[in-house]
Design a protein around this ligand. Structure first.
Ligand code: ATP
Ligand code: MG
Length: 262
């Protein structure tokens, strides 16, 4: 049974001048997603972990994340068969933006869930359709990738199964490793630079997907005008380990600054 979340939690009840209004609104989006079976209870917890790490970068997109965003966008543009993997939190938080990113980058959308139930697949498909998606993979024919026991191993033969580049916003570390073993290039969006996902991906964008997806749409539009050689250079020059170290050092400096100003 779904929990009774009560009317007092509706977004309209968040006053404009509340110091955490933006964050509370986002929480409401996730809670709404829970009501419509798009999000799971575990998705709420994952969101909370993300919020905590967002505090450590001042809830703003830092320069190192912009660099990773460019490498990610360039990789999507030069890929032969790029796929955007969509889970419940993504569908609840950025439905319109993820569809727009798919259209502008040419990467197809595939629903891929850790807690996979037909009801959830259909709820997420509905959200994406409402947001304007025409083709949604992951809900019909299915095959499996090796090295993974969770239900995230189930993939679309036309999608992740034959993808060369996979964008995985909010991923579980197990599948990131399995995708790597399957020779895919993995782009992760993860606020925690220490997660297995962040560490194993080829390109990790340490940023909130709410800020990051709109930025990716802008950058794809800009990078589309570049030559293939330019795009390859951007990807070649990007070093994920170096970028993760920048993220961790940024968080440490940010904490030191706060401690100094107490
Ligand atoms: P891993 O399995 O990769 O080791 P984990 O088990 O610590 O990571 P999961 O619950 O598997 O974490 O994945 C959720 C991840 O998504 C967390 O690292 C969290 O920081 C991140 N996350 C949650 N919400 C957002 C968001 N809005 N934007 C970006 N990242 C987010
Ligand atoms: Mg995990």
């Amino acid at each position: 049974m779904m929990p009774d979340l009560g009317d007092e939690r509706l977004p309209d009840d968040v006053p404009e001048d509340h110091p955490r209004a933006a964050s509370l609104r986002v929480r409401h989006q996730i809670i709404e997603g829970l009501k419509t079976h798009v999000v799971t209870e575990a998705g709420l917890i994952a969101h909370g972990r993300g919020e905590a790490f967002d505090y450590l970068i001042g809830e703003k997109t830092p320069a190192f994340a912009l660099k990773a965003i460019d490498a990610a966008c360039a990789s999507l543009l030069i890929a032969e068969h790029p796929i955007i993997s969509v889970n419940g939190n993504v569908a609840a938080l950025v439905p319109n933006e993820i569809v727009l990113l798919s259209k502008t980058s040419g990467a197809k959308l595939e629903i891929n869930l850790f807690y996979r139930k037909r009801e959830r697949e259909l709820a997420i498909e509905e959200v994406l359709k409402k947001a304007g998606a025409k083709l949604i993979l992951g809900v019909h024919d299915q095959t499996e990738i090796d090295h993974l026991s969770s239900k995230r191993r189930i993939v679309d033969p036309e999608g992740i199964a034959r993808a060369d580049v996979v964008l995985v916003p909010l991923e579980d570390g197990d599948r990131t490793e399995a995708l790597k073993k399957a020779q895919k290039k993995v782009i992760a969006i993860d606020l925690n630079p220490m997660s297995r996902t962040a560490q194993h991906a080829d390109i990790t964008i340490v940023d909130n997907l709410i800020r990051c997806i709109p930025l990716m749409i802008q950058r794809i539009d800009y990078l589309k005008k570049k030559t293939r050689q330019d795009l390859q250079d951007i990807v070649r020059k990007f070093d994920n380990k170096e970028n993760l170290a920048l993220a961790i050092n940024f968080m440490r400096s940010y904490l030191e600054l706060i401690a100094r100003n107490l």
